[in-house]
Each structure stands twice: as structure tokens, then as C-alpha cells.
Design a protein around this ligand. Structure first.
Ligand code: 4NP
Length: 165
């Protein structure tokens, strides 16, 4: 697994997650990562946001199918509102995670703090999170499973960073 970039300011960390629409994949990752950070006692130190490179759905809630998948798994997706990625903010985060390689290219490509989300996937590192938007419910389940194991690895890395293990 790839290493977590160090915080720019000791004791705090900001993560933003980017997909195309900010209606399916990045909100699912945002909701699950936020819940796991809360459980780990890191919610007040780590800020999580998400956005999309396309502006089609700005201001909308999360996709209903993504919401149903999250709710069935015990998460609360009700607070999400779609935001568009702001290129000027790219360099203001500790870590920017793109859900697929198109999203990564659209935000200007990888660097030390700008990575693929699944660079942190312990099972298949470096792969894309497939876009479930035009598919059926199984696609959302698949995304949730990738998101759960990858966010668990990210939280473990953050716990290491903050020495809470
Ligand atoms: P997301 O999925 O990038 O996971 O939010 C999509 C949502 C909307 C569209 C494409 C992908 N769209 O074309 O509207």
C-alpha cells in the first residue's frame, strides 16, 4: 500500500475525494470514511470532503441507489450535497483521492498528495473504482465493498500518523 503523505500542519489532516458527478462514488467514500473516522475518534482532526469534476448535479443529494446501499449497510448519506471540484483548491489539501484514472487526469494528474483512491486498496491497489451510474444495484454493492476496505486502510494509516494505535 502507498504511504500517507504527512500532514502539512501537525495534528490535523484534510482529505478530499473526487469523482465525475459527486453523486455516487465520491459521496459513498466520503460518508464511509467520515463514519470510520468518527468511530476511531479522529473526526475532529481529519476533515473529509468530496466533489465532482463535472458540474451536472451541483446542489443535488446523493444518488438514490447509492443512498439505499449506504443506508442498508448502516451509514447515513442524508447530509450530502453535490459540489464541483475547484481546481484552485487542489494544493490546499493534505491528500486528494481520485476515484478513477479519468478523474485523476481531469484534476491535473498525480503528485505526492494527489493519488488514486485505490492506491490505498489492500486487495487490488492502483485500480479504478468503476462508475456504477449507468448499471444496476450490484455495481453499488461492489463500490461499497471497495470503499469499505480502502477507507479502513486509510483510517489505519491516519491512526498511525496520529499515534493512536
Ligand atoms: P459518479 O457517477 O462520478 O460516481 O458520481 C456519475 C454520476 C453522474 C454522471 C456520471 C457518473 N453523469 O453523467 O451524470
Amino acid at each position: 500500500m502507498t504511504a500517507l503523505p504527512p500532514p502539512r500542519e501537525p495534528g490535523r489532516y484534510s482529505v478530499t475525494i473526487v469523482c465525475l458527478g459527486n453523486i455516487c462514488r465520491s459521496p459513498m467514500a466520503d460518508v464511509v470514511l467520515s463514519a470510520k473516522l468518527e468511530e476511531a475518534g479522529l473526526a475532529d482532526r481529519v476533515e473529509v470532503t468530496s466533489s465532482g469534476t463535472g458540474g451536472f448535479h451541483v446542489g443535488d443529494p446523493i444518488d438514490q441507489r447509492a443512498a439505499a446501499t449506504l443506508t442498508a449497510a448502516g451509514y447515513d448519506p442524508s447530509q450530502h450535497l453535490v459540489r464541483k471540484f475547484e481546481p484552485a483548491r487542489r494544493s490546499t489539501y493534505d491528500l486528494v483521492l481520485a476515484m478513477d484514472s479519468d478523474n485523476l487526469a481531469d484534476i491535473g494528474g498525480a503528485d505526492d498528495r494527489v493519488r488514486l483512491f485505490r492506491d490505498f486498496d489492500p486487495v487490488d491497489p492502483g485500480a479504478d473504482v468503476p462508475d456504477p451510474y449507468y448499471g444496476g444495484p450490484a455495481g453499488f454493492e461492489e463500490v461499497l465493498s471497495m470503499v469499505e476496505r480502502t477507507t479502513a486502510a486509510i483510517v489505519a494509516a491516519l491512526q498511525g500518523e496520529f499515534s493512536l494505535r
